[in-house]
Design a protein around this ligand. Structure first.
Ligand code: TLP
Length: 344
């Protein structure tokens, strides 16, 4: 029996065609910008995001840090959600490395920020204040349940940012999930943003990598900053080759993951001792609460492991399940069976 892993879509394994493309990739030294495979990935990625240029980077975390470093000076302020990945899960790199001061606002349940609150948070000219330079949004919003942010909302946020001289960065780690959820193109969702990062290594199943996109001028500076962070990767066309397969071949199938997430949710919500958090899933994530006298989330994780199912607990009661390329109908059935047996 194969392992099932619902801890994240970061656990996806590369496909056969990715491995083949990696083996055959033409490579060069990317610090000299001479890796043809990376150059090609950056070109097609920028095109999909509707931006001038792209830069291949090792991770989404580095992408968000590069955006912060490239748009802000030390001591500047950025506005972002209190449940955003950049604030919660990036080791405080924006403060520690970029020296940027985070001004958090509460994320609404739908992943957005109240734009009137954003406007109020933008600093005026005052000798006591840092300068507000950047607004960061996340699409899909991970901690808010994998919810997609609409193109209309992002456009309103972009307009507001630009009216006040701010830049808008979009953490689009799962922007293709958002596009699948909203039945639009990724480009429609990224159009209002000055910079966007997206991950190849999550639902798109590439082994490593993200791309950050923006104007040529922005990317030229981000490239210098990537070098400063030690992210100049030499013959990484081996990795970019898998990224090209991911970008060209894996985005259209994400709706399948969303369908299975809904099926899983519909089966689990019928069980007593379990409630769905954040409503019906809108993409590939399912958040649930265990509400049982004898079983907590850690017990579920331990019992699941015995059945070759990897799950993770967010705290004593809550769990996040993420559906991805390696989760087929049979895997969904095994997970439903596990919860049914545990909670009955
Ligand atoms: N998210 C991971 C963990 O870090 C929590 C996950 O399992 O979901 N932005 C968003 C919205 C993300 O969800 C993640 C990763 C990142 C950025 C960072 O990407 P990587 O892992 O490539 O640094």
């Amino acid at each position: 029996m194969d392992w099932i892993d619902l801890r994240s879509d970061t656990v996806t394994l590369p496909t056969e065609s990715m491995r083949l493309a990696m083996a055959e990739a033409e490579v060069g030294d990317d610090v000299y910008q001479e890796d043809p495979t990376i150059n090609h990935l950056e070109t097609i990625a920028a095109k999909r995001m509707g931006k001038e240029s792209g830069l291949f980077i090792p991770s989404g975390t580095m992408g968000n840090l590069l955006a912060v470093m490239t748009w802000c000076n030390r001591g500047d302020e950025m506005i972002l959600g209190d449940r955003s990945h950049t604030f919660l899960y990036e080791v405080g790199g924006a403060a520690a490395i970029a020296g940027v001061h985070p001004h958090t606002l509460p994320n609404k349940e739908n992943g957005t920020l109240d734009l009137a609150a954003v406007e109020n948070a933008i600093r005026t000219q005052n000798i006591h204040f840092p300068t507000t330079r950047l607004l960061v949004l996340e699409n899909t919003h991970n901690a808010c349940g994998g919810v997609p942010l609409s193109a209309a909302y992002t456009a309103d946020a972009g307009r507001l940012a630009h009216e006040h001289g701010l830049k808008l960065h979009l953490d689009g780690a799962r922007i293709f999930n958002a596009a699948a959820a909203l039945d639009c193109t990724a480009g429609e969702l990224t159009a209002p943003a000055d910079s966007v990062t997206f991950c190849l290594s999550k639902g798109l199943a590439a082994p490593v990598g993200s791309v950050i996109c923006g104007t040529k001028e922005f990317i030229d500076t981000a490239r210098r900053n990537r070098k400063m962070l030690g992210g100049g990767m030499r013959q990484a066309g081996i990795l970019a080759a898998a990224g090209i397969v991911a970008l060209e071949g894996m985005t259209d199938r994400l709706a399948e993951d969303h369908k299975r997430t809904t099926q899983l949710a519909e089966a689990l919500e019928t069980l007593t001792g379990l409630t769905l958090l954040q409503g019906k899933p809108q993409s590939n994530m399912l958040f649930l609460r265990i509400d049982h006298p004898d079983i907590d989330a850690d017990t579920v994780v331990a019992r699941a492991f015995d059945k070759k199912i990897k799950l993770s607990a967010r705290n004593r009661t809550d769990m996040r399940l993420v559906v991805h390329y390696q989760i087929d109908d049979m895997a969904v059935n095994r997970v439903v069976q596990l919860f049914t047996e545990l909670l009955q």
